[in-house]
Design a protein around this ligand. Structure first.
Ligand SMILES: [Zn+2]
Length: 218
């Protein structure tokens, strides 16, 4: 899996991320239910952050409202700061409320940005770096898209799509647009990773890992 001229993620790692994110998702929502990321962040930071905190994200999570600037696009920004196991999501309140709307282009982008930040935690990227992760948006002719400058950013984009779309992604036969609408996720990113999960290499590796997991459980 590669961005043009960008970082690369191997199929084995992509499948590992898929299984990880689908597993986390299943603690919060049914396979076919959409996720509103403002709810997931609030759930993970709440005092009753039971399942996720105990089993998947042993972190002390806080959500803090933050105005990044007066710039018109500043509401699209969120940053996660981590120190040891203490994690703070700095987020413009408009981004959280937009994600909660569940439909429309702004809601899809907001949900994706918040899922991207959440994915850095889920994939334990902070264990590898002490700095905050900034979600960088680049303007494209068709709106905004996140171009991953590093493998970690590409992993977080991939994981965000897996988190929002869930196992539906691997069996989806419709268009990327339909799935993005249903999962409230950035269309460009859904299209990109839908293409990846439809490759024979991804399917074979997923089948292999799932049958291995079943044997371990039995
Ligand atoms: Zn990031």
């Amino acid at each position: 899996m590669t961005d043009r001229k960008g970082p690369t993620i191997g199929v084995a790692r992509a499948v590992e991320i898929y299984l990880e994110m689908v597993g986390i998702r299943s603690l919060f929502r049914g396979d076919h239910e959409p996720i509103k990321m403002n709810e997931l962040w609030n759930h993970a930071s709440g005092s009753n952050a039971n399942d996720i905190e105990k089993s998947e994200l042993p972190l002390n999570i806080r959500v803090q409202e933050h105005k990044f600037s007066q710039n018109a696009d500043a509401w699209r920004k969120a940053t996660v700061m981590a120190l040891d196991r203490f994690v703070t999501l700095l987020v413009d309140p408009s981004l959280m409320s937009e994600a909660g709307k569940g439909r429309g282009p702004d809601a899809k982008l907001a949900n994706f940005v918040l899922a991207h930040e959440f994915s850095h935690l889920a994939l334990d990227h902070f264990a590898q770096s002490a700095s905050g992760k900034n979600f960088k948006l680049t303007k494209r002719s068709n709106g905004y898209a996140n171009l991953a400058p590093t493998a970690e950013e590409l992993e977080a984009n991939m994981a965000a799509v897996f988190l929002l779309c869930g196992p539906m992604l691997a069996t989806w036969e419709g268009s990327a647009k339909e799935l993005a609408d249903r999962a409230c996720c950035d269309v460009y990113s859904v299209e990109k990773f839908l293409r990846m999960v439809r490759t024979a290499a991804f399917k074979e590796e997923l089948d292999r890992r799932q049958s291995t997991n079943e044997r371990v459980v039995l």
